[in-house]
Design a protein around this ligand. Structure first.
Ligand code: PSU
Ligand code: MN
Length: 307
C-alpha cells in the first residue's frame, strides 16, 4: 500500500480520513528558496493561510530518510536552519531515503509524495520550467514532466520570471498540462501580475476550477493541472522593472559558471540582494496568496466525488 512508506502527521492523517481539505506544501522554498529566518516565518505563514481557508496544511520533506507529510514546528526549524539538505526532485528522491538523509522536495517531488498520500491540491510559489538559454544548456525543470504525469493540482504565481515563460508554456502544452490563470487573461509572472502572455485557460472562481477538474476526471485524463494565481497588486514588482534585475542576475550567474540544480536557488538569492529584499517580500505575499486559494479549492473538492 502506497502510504506505508510515509510518515503522515496525526493531524494530516485525521484530515485525510475525515475527507477534510488538505493542501500539500513544498520544502525546497524553505531550504533553497529563502534565507533564514524568513524561510521559517514564511513556511509558518503559509500553513496559517491554508488553515484560515478551512483546510489542513501538509508540508512535505525528508528527515533522516523518512518521508514526512506534515511537519511540526521543531521539524520546520530544523529544515529552515539546515545547510546540507538535499534538493530533491524525481531523480534523487530515492537516494535521500536510501542514505537516511535530510532533503527538501521540489514541486516535482512534492507532487509524487502528495499523490502517494492521497492529497490532490498543492500550493507553491513558482514552478520550475524552461530556463533562458535552454537551447544551449538543455536546462528544463523536471517539474514540467511531473505535471504531465502526476494527478495533483498545483497553485503557483506563474512560472518564475527567471525562466523562459513562452517556452515553458509550450512544453506544458506539449505535455497536455492545462494552464489556468485565476481571474485574469494573462499568465502571471511570479513577482509581477503581468507577463504579456495570454493564458491558455481562465477561471474566475473556485467553483469553476472544481467543475473543470470534475470534467477532467470524467474524461479520465492523467496528469496535473497548473493554476496560476497573480500576486496581490499591492505586493507586485512590475514586469518592466523586474526584467532589468533578472537580466543582471542571469548575466552574473553565467559569468560565475552556475549550472544544474544550483541555478534556480542562485538566481533567487541574487535577485533578493539586487532588489534589497523587496523580491523576498513579494515572494512571501504571493505564496501566502496561493496557499489561501489552494485551501479554498481543497475544501470545495472535499465535498465532491473528485476527492
Ligand atoms: N520558487 C521559489 N523558490 C524555490 C522554488 C520555487 O520561490 O526555491 C523551487 C521549487 O521547489 C521548484 C524548484 O520546484 O525551485 C525548481 O528547481 P529546478 O529548476 O532545479 O527544477
Ligand atoms: Mn534545472
Amino acid at each position: 500500500m502506497s502510504q506505508a512508506i510515509l510518515t503522515i502527521s496525526p493531524e494530516v492523517k485525521a484530515a485525510l480520513n475525515n475527507r477534510q481539505g488538505v493542501v500539500a506544501l513544498e520544502s525546497t522554498i524553505i531550504t533553497h528558496g529563502m534565507p533564514y529566518p524568513e524561510n521559517r516565518d514564511t513556511a509558518l505563514g503559509v500553513e496559517q493561510a491554508v488553515r484560515d481557508s478551512g483546510a489542513i496544511p501538509a508540508t512535505i520533506a525528508i528527515i533522516d530518510g523518512q518521508i514526512m507529510v506534515g511537519l511540526d514546528e521543531q521539524q520546520l526549524e530544523t529544515l529552515a536552519t539546515s545547510s546540507n539538505a538535499m534538493k530533491l526532485s524525481r531523480a534523487d528522491l530515492a537516494m535521500a531515503l536510501a542514505r537516511k538523509a535530510m532533503g527538501s522536495t521540489t514541486v516535482a517531488a512534492t507532487m509524487i509524495i502528495a499523490h502517494l498520500a492521497g492529497i490532490k491540491v498543492f500550493a507553491t510559489g513558482g514552478i520550475g520550467g524552461v530556463h533562458q538559454g535552454a537551447e544551449l544548456s538543455f536546462d528544463i525543470s523536471a517539474d514540467l514532466q511531473e505535471l504531465g504525469r502526476t494527478p495533483v493540482s498545483v497553485i503557483c504565481a506563474g512560472a518564475k520570471a527567471i525562466l523562459d515563460i513562452p517556452k515553458t508554456l509550450e512544453v506544458l502544452e506539449t505535455l497536455g498540462v492545462p494552464v489556468l490563470a485565476y481571474g485574469q487573461d494573462e499568465v502571471p509572472a511570479f513577482w509581477s501580475r503581468s507577463s504579456g502572455l495570454a493564458a491558455p485557460l481562465r477561471a474566475d472562481t473556485v467553483a469553476q476550477i472544481v467543475d473543470f477538474m470534475q470534467a477532467r476526471e470524467s474524461l479520465q485524463l492523467d496528469g496535473g493541472v497548473l493554476i496560476t494565481n497573480p500576486v496581490p497588486a499591492e505586493a507586485e514588482i512590475p514586469q518592466a522593472e523586474m526584467q532589468t534585475y533578472i537580466a543582471q542576475a542571469i548575466k552574473e550567474s553565467q559569468a560565475a559558471g552556475i549550472s544544474g540544480k544550483a541555478v534556480t536557488p542562485w538566481l533567487l538569492g541574487r535577485i533578493v540582494e539586487i532588489t534589497e529584499g523587496r523580491s523576498l517580500v513579494t515572494n512571501q505575499a504571493l505564496i501566502v496568496n496561493n496557499a489561501r486559494l489552494a485551501g479554498e479549492l481543497a475544501v470545495s473538492l472535499s465535498g465532491t466525488a473528485t476527492n
